[in-house]
Write a protein of this length. Structure first.
Length: 286
């Protein structure tokens, strides 16, 4: 092979990952910058994908409205007898429904990631010189933004049927932040589930099997005092109960410190385990 031919082939050779990334990426700050930039790019992609699906957008909007109206109407008469005097059922229920909605919406995280795996979208991402964690982080951040938007919609509907924040603006923001942290944790949990259970339908089914008992064995719909002793003991230690109780106390009053601390402890501890596990699993998938 002549020297001219060798130079031509070398010029046409694809660049390596290191060559494609800027020099700043060699530093710790540079790597963090490119990881955040990749994560934001994937986040925008997922948000754009959601907005461009009108049916998904419509049903995702209708569902939380149905939850607020139907659950408050169906369970209101039964649960009211167990509530402290002066607290309406909609005031008790709505903060719990924030957690309920976040839990069920996390199943869409598993389905969306599983569909990307089946369609080869993730293979394209893996072939690019980008952060491996960005694919999972971008999906969870997009779902977090959707979760906060849905909470705002539920609050608007709740205000139409009598709900009111009674502890002030800062406490209301704190309630939203507690639910947002719980939603972020659930999104990462279901990202891991999608990586462990192949197929969108299987991931969705596994998600509902996991979510249903946890949601209804909690303080989301009724006080724990109305449950059998064994079920109340289980529900009292559920992360959904801690999140619902913290959001409720910040919304309408009650003990805040213990449920809020337990909710933050549950979510942060599990995130510290789930995130590296999910990223490691993502790196190993074929």
């Amino acid at each position: 092979m002549s020297e001219t031919t060798r130079r031509a082939l070398t010029a046409r050779a694809p660049a390596t990952d290191a060559e494609l990334q800027p020099r700043v990426a060699s530093s710790l700050a540079g790597r963090a910058y490119w990881q955040l930039r990749d994560t934001w790019t994937v986040t925008k992609r997922n948000l754009r994908h959601f907005v461009r699906q009108p049916r998904l957008l419509v049903f995702s909007t209708i569902q939380p409205i149905m939850f607020v109206v139907l659950f408050s109407s169906v369970f209101g008469g039964v649960a009211r007898v167990a509530l402290p005097q002066g607290i309406s059922y909609i005031d008790f229920l709505l903060p719990g429904l924030f957690v309920h909605s976040a839990a069920f919406r996390s199943t869409q995280t598993a389905v969306g990631l599983a569909e990307d795996l089946e369609r080869g979208v993730v293979d394209r991402f893996r072939s690019l010189p980008m952060s491996r964690a960005a694919v999972l982080a971008g999906r969870t951040f997009a779902d977090l933004m959707r979760s906060v938007a849905v909470i705002g919609l539920m609050v608007a509907v709740g205000y139409l049927i009598g709900f009111r924040f009674t502890q002030g603006v800062l406490a209301a923001i704190g309630a939203v932040l507690i639910v947002a942290l719980f939603s972020f944790f659930m999104s990462w949990l279901f990202c891991l589930l999608a990586l462990l259970v192949p197929g969108a339908e299987a991931a969705q089914t596994a998600g509902f099997v996991l979510i249903f008992p946890l949601v209804f064995a909690s303080s989301i719909f009724v006080p724990l005092e109305t449950m059998p002793t064994w079920l109340a003991a289980f529900a009292a230690n559920s992360p959904l109960t801690h999140a619902a109780d913290a959001a409720r106390a910040l919304s309408i009053g009650g003990e805040v410190l213990r449920p809020a601390a337990m909710s933050v402890l549950w979510c942060t501890t599990l995130l510290a385990v789930i995130i590296p596990t999910a990223v490691a699993k993502y790196r190993r998938i074929t």
